[in-house]
Design a protein around this ligand. Structure first.
Ligand code: NI
Length: 265
């Protein structure tokens, strides 16, 4: 089993929140178990001010953990010039691979659309200046996200549309820009017809694996705490939709993630 595991391609997890309280009881044990379970690269993604230093710490404590630094649209009320400067410095740290997660969220709508748009643009600019890709969160804000993406020439910045939830037509716009789509637990849900259609239409070469853990656990763990350990269920769903072997999904999405973040094996 172990020898077999060593030869198998390893999963690249592009979106986790291991700083979350949900992992307080077993964080170390869980993270330490990932490589032996076939997950040997993880990007821990910041969402609020408190996650910035916690993410940096995780990247220092685990060789296979990288960091994405930024403020989620729900929390941009925390942002100011000083904090943006702090994020810039973190973006220059050794294991920083992206600016994120950033974007627009009109579902929770915790900040005005104007405030969200302002800081989305500013963080896109930051990514361009620091030559890092972005991880975009966009929920019920398809038109405005696309408008800002086009104005900011997102294709030149690059990155991932995380937890992609829009139509096949909208996916095509981002795929044409050379962006990647982050696919997670939702693809295993019975009612996720729209996402399954997106996965079917998109080239495998532009998909990456993600959990968004502790959220969005795949079937059969839907509603439970998610972790990277459940990514094989996402792999299985993608393999089924694309009609390819699971190992092929793991190998190609891994290559995509490495390319997206500018990392080498
Ligand atoms: Ni997230």
């Amino acid at each position: 089993m172990e020898m077999e595991a060593a030869m198998k391609p390893m999963i690249f997890e592009t979106h986790a929140h291991y700083n979350d309280d949900a992992f307080d009881a077993d964080r170390e044990e869980l993270l330490a178990s990932l490589p032996e379970s076939g997950i040997n690269t993880v990007v821990n993604v910041c969402a609020e001010k408190n996650s910035l230093s916690a993410t940096k710490e995780l990247t220092e404590n685990y060789s296979f953990v990288y960091g994405a630094y930024g403020i989620h649209p729900d929390n941009v009320g925390e942002l100011n010039e000083e904090l943006l400067e702090q994020i810039r410095q973190l973006c220059r740290s050794e294991k920083a691979v992206a600016v994120g997660e950033i974007g627009l969220d009109y579902y929770w709508d915790t900040e005005s659309h104007e405030t969200q748009a302002y800081w989305f643009r500013r963080q896109l600019e930051l990514a361009r200046e620091e030559k890092l890709p972005v991880i975009i969160h966009s929920r019920e804000a398809a038109a405005d996200t696309l408008q800002i993406a086009e104005e900011s020439r997102l294709g030149e910045i690059g990155g991932i549309l995380h937890c992609f939830s829009y139509s096949k037509e909208m996916a095509e716009k981002y795929l044409d820009m050379g962006m990647y789509l982050g696919i997670g637990g939702v693809v295993t849900f019975n009612n996720a017809k729209k996402l399954k259609a997106v996965v079917e239409a998109a080239p495998l070469e532009q998909l990456v694996l993600e959990t968004d853990c502790p959220y969005l656990a795949p079937v059969p763990y839907r509603g439970k705490r998610n972790s990277s350990l459940y990514l094989p269920y996402v792999v299985q769903a993608i393999a089924e939709i694309k009609g390819v072997e699971e190992e092929e999904v793991i190998r190609i999405t891994r290559g995509n993630a490495l390319r997206c973040f500018g990392l080498n094996e």
